[in-house]
Design a binder for this molecule. Structure first.
Ligand code: SF4
Ligand code: SF4
Length: 484
């Protein structure tokens, strides 16, 4: 190997290893990096609770009506796209749960009757997005504050009762969204040198590190991801416990090409197994993709005409029931389409059982589903981000009684003109479509399939993409701003 090759490899290794970056690397190596980020978000959560319970009831004039629904959601998808799972890393709900673990020292495993895996989280996701539309959560700071309280209480109780990170792994709907979104992330927590792990006798990255007295001094991976066999980002909260636990500093945060490492559903993933044998993960991808389109559909005017028509046809006037019907139908339709695509793929590939095609290709929906979520959330973020300025001016005015930061400039809302926002969100959706198409093509190549075998999936992806383009070209409600 020439000196030049050695130098090039060394430089590229240093660049891709975020812990070797100046400042950022130092912070990531700091044992309290996560806690410091969590404390910042905890402060914000407390501010939301205060304003949600005691502030103005009009959503655009209340932190609880704006920060979670405009800023937080926009920043979550931006972070997933450009950095990684930063919001699981900085999750404030886990601070009280740490207290619960200390107080109760739970030893019980998550029981079978509580649906291990992603079933419960999927159910909660569907319930949450149905409730979001049915009870207009985005328009009620008070309800938003109660949702935040429910989150804190649930994380405290569940992790006070069950060992490990039961709340993150089996329950948290936001976490599941982040796990799937992080398929598109440019970073991953992984080992620097796999050969070092083959010589390792302690496996502290998963067991945790103990003092001579037997006391735990650093947690290992509570999500059950064993670093040398970890594949990609699924189920990884970016907590960095494994980074701090590894005694030879062999775990780091690395840059990577998004999506590519995640495509093979038959890869044996530590803590997860083979995705092709996990119906809960399959339905999670399917459900989140359908919900991405349904949630955006809830913001455009055709939904009101559809609900009116449904109401007259079914003779049901209760909007919550109609929305439940709409959600069930939407998810069911995508489910039937994906199962049919899978069956046709199995037949064309001469593979059995007929379930085979669905088990392998359903995951290719993930980038397009995430593209739809991102397009939708970015729309609200880009059209409402500046609301933070008058909101803060108004908060200070109400709290202090005089306009320390000036009188609220309520005309401030958009970061970009609406035309630019519309172009940008279409581009994001197109990127998701590109990611899904690439996924299906690469997987077909890995499985040595002919092009015709994946045609049903390409047709499904094109259909969803066109539906998304239609959705994004409809005037969308400007929720979270006084223009809405
Ligand atoms: S990551 Fe560290 S602790 Fe885990 S197996 Fe490798 S060397 Fe051992
Ligand atoms: S692998 Fe486990 S311990 Fe490491 S960052 Fe991910 S969730 Fe945390």
């Amino acid at each position: 190997m020439t000196l030049r090759t050695t130098l090039t490899q060394g430089i590229s290794r240093s660049l891709s290893d975020l812990q070797r970056w100046p400042i950022l690397g130092y912070w990531l190596r700091w044992r309290h990096a996560r806690t410091s980020a969590q404390v910042v978000l905890l402060m914000l959560a407390l501010l939301l609770l205060y304003d949600g319970f005691f502030g103005p009831p009009l959503a655009p004039k209340n932190y609880a009506g704006v920060l979670p629904w405009v800023h937080w959601r926009g920043l979550v998808v931006l972070a997933l796209l450009f950095a990684g799972n930063l919001f699981c890393f900085a999750c404030p709900f886990l601070l009280p749960r740490r207290l619960a673990q200390r107080l109760f020292q739970p030893r019980r495993a998550w029981p079978r009757w509580l649906l291990p895996g992603k079933w419960l989280a999927l159910l909660l996701l569907v319930l949450f997005f149905w409730a979001y539309e049915a009870f207009d959560l985005w328009a009620s700071p008070l309800l938003t504050a109660w949702v935040i309280i429910a989150y804190f209480v649930a994380a405290f109780l569940i992790d006070g009762f069950f060992r490990g990170a039961a709340f993150c792994k089996h329950v948290c709907p936001i976490g599941q969204f982040n796990f799937l979104g992080s398929l598109a992330s440019p970073t991953v927590v992984s080992v620097r040198d796999p050969t070092v792990c083959t010589r390792c006798t302690t496996k502290d990255c998963i067991r945790g590190r103990f003092a001579a007295t037997g006391q735990l001094i650093q947690r290992g991976c509570e999500l059950g991801l064993f670093q040398p066999r970890k594949v990609g980002n699924l189920d990884c909260t970016f907590c960095l416990d494994c980074v701090h636990a590894c005694p030879v500093n062999n775990v780091t945060v690395q840059l990577r090409v998004p999506v590519l490492a995640e495509i093979d559903p038959t890869a044996n993933r530590s803590g997860i197994g083979r995705l092709s044998t996990r119906p809960d993960w399959m339905l999670l991808v399917l459900g989140l993709t359908a919900l991405g389109f349904l949630n955006a559909f809830g913001m455009v005017s055709p939904i009101y005409r559809l609900l009116q028509w449904l109401s007259q046809t079914l003779h049901i006037t209760n909007e919550a029931v109609l929305l439940a019907f709409l959600f069930a139908t939407g998810i069911g339709m995508l489910g039937v389409a994906a199962v049919l695509a899978g069956v046709v793929t199995s037949l064309l590939a001469d593979a059995r059982p007929l379930w085979w095609g669905f088990q392998r290709f359903v995951y290719s929906l993930a980038p397009l589903g995430f593209g739809m979520w991102t397009a939708h959330y970015l729309f609200h973020f880009l059209t409402g981000a500046l609301t933070i300025v008058p909101l803060t001016q108004s908060f200070i005015l109400d709290t202090l009684g005089y306009p320390l930061l000036g009188w609220p400039a309520w005309q401030l809302a958009s970061l970009l003109t609406i035309d630019k926002v519309n172009d940008l969100v279409l581009l994001v959706l197109a990127l998701g479509f590109f990611g899904s198409t690439l996924w299906a093509l690469v997987l077909a190549r890995q499985l040595h399939l002919q092009f015709k075998a994946i045609l049903p999936w390409l047709v499904l992806l094109v259909g969803l993409f066109l539906f998304g383009v239609w959705l994004l070209s409809q005037p969308m409600e400007m929720r979270g701003t006084l223009l809405g």
